[in-house]
Design a binder for this molecule. Structure first.
Ligand code: GLY
Length: 396
């Protein structure tokens, strides 16, 4: 009888439009992450013992079932060190801190690499997380140096940080939506130093991106090419999406997360509006699947027979938890985020001991290049763990 009543109440709430919040088993998810990461560490050791390539330091994906390690210059090199820090944050275990320090140390030299915009991904997810958890003054210096280096890519004429130096046959001064994620490093550097130049660059980049990267429905282009002398927009293209006018799923994820983060530092209502607009686009899209783990592009032509992108879901869910703290639509964002996180934790999770220790399955790196399709990716795992910690911090 009691069970019938509970079901009736749940059904009534559902039909009244008040969806029932889904619980996420964070303890179970971190136990799984702990087990998988131990597997990963063993796999990394095995490769290092045999491949004679000491420059390969961080796991990125599986390539035909084989673990692919990348050098520190790769844009993904900071995610695994970051995961180790997040495991330390949740468990408090010194062994995770020791591993996090060791893997972070292997990529710190990127603080001097000014050839890419990916400084935030590399340094902030690893060193930045390490600093947040330890206050180590060495990490503080690395963050500041990295922000200085990243700032050298800012052009006052365009008002943006240049993303890529490659693909000069296609673009002169390409800026990708992903670049929003690198602004966190700049905002933090201003907090650490009191030097407002980093903050101003971040704000200029975020404002210019609102102006040029978005369509009226709040979906975003992937690549905008700027004239470096006049700041005029020359091209609106894609690189990893289905077409120039399509909505590449991870690009929408970077935008949502990026503007929620910018609002955290600036309290500028324009950034809140932007993040809410992107959230509305993503959550209401007719091609968003029932389990809320998007296909790799919202306009992929073969939907529903297209690969998913769990990495996009992981970034979106983490961004939604942050956004829920600022928005009047809090209840809706929490309900959607919980559902998404539940889907990832139950349907997209690797069986223990498999997939060389990656945590999530079914991410898509670049479908147009047929690269990393339907595979684990280190950034999916990083943002998934971050989302779990954000879920836990909400204390509902
Ligand atoms: N930043 C590259 C990507 O999202 O694939």
């Amino acid at each position: 009888m009691k069970r019938l009543c509970t079901l009736a109440i749940a059904a009534a709430m559902f039909f009244a439009g008040t969806a029932v919040a889904q619980k996420v088993d964070v303890k179970k998810a971190f136990k799984h992450a702990d087990q998988q990461t131990l597997v990963m560490l063993k796999e990394i050791e095995k490769i290092k013992a045999t491949n004679g390539k000491p420059e390969l330091v961080s796991p990125r994906t599986l390539d035909n079932g084989n673990l692919r390690l990348v050098a520190s210059r790769d844009w993904t090199s900071g995610f695994f060190p970051g995961e180790l820090w997040l495991l330390y944050e949740y468990t408090g275990k010194k062994t995770w801190m020791d591993q996090a320090r060791a893997f972070t140390g292997l990529i710190e030299k990127e603080q001097l690499n000014g050839t890419t915009h990916d400084m935030g991904f590399k340094i902030f997810c690893s060193v930045g997380t390490g600093y947040r958890l330890t206050n180590d003054p060495h990490y503080r210096e690395v963050i500041i140096q990295s922000a200085k280096k990243l700032s050298t890519r800012f052009n006052p004429k365009t008002g943006v940080i240049r993303s890529w130096d490659h693909s000069t046959d296609k673009w002169v001064n390409p800026v990708i939506i992903d670049n929003m994620m690198n602004l966190e490093l700049l905002f933090e550097a201003t907090k650490l130093t009191g030097d407002s130049s980093f903050y101003k660059i971040a704000v200029s980049h975020a404002n210019t991106t609102i102006k040029n990267h978005f369509r009226p429905d709040y979906s975003s282009y992937h690549v905008i090419d700027y004239d470096p002398n006049t700041g005029a927009v020359m091209k609106k293209n894609t690189h990893q999406g289905y077409s120039y006018e399509s909505a590449w799923a991870r690009g929408q994820a970077w935008a949502l997360y990026g503007y929620a983060m910018c609002y955290r530092y600036t309290k500028d209502p324009a950034y809140l509006k932007q993040a809410e607009g992107v959230a509305g686009f993503v959550l209401n899209h007719p091609n968003m699947p029932e389990d809320l783990v998007p296909y790799w592009d919202f306009n992929a032509p073969g939907i529903p027979d297209e690969p998913r992108d769990a990495s996009a879901a992981a970034v979106i869910v983490s961004g939604l938890y942050e956004l829920s703290g600022y928005s009047a639509d809090k209840a809706l964002y929490l309900q959607k985020a919980d559902k998404m996180l539940n889907s990832l934790s139950t349907k997209y999770i690797s069986p223990v001991g498999q997939n060389k220790g990656f945590i999530l399955l079914q991410s898509t790196g670049s479908k147009p290049s047929n690269s990393e399709v339907n595979v684990p990716l280190s950034y999916a795992d990083y943002y998934y763990l971050e989302a779990l910690l954000r879920y836990k911090a909400l204390k509902r």
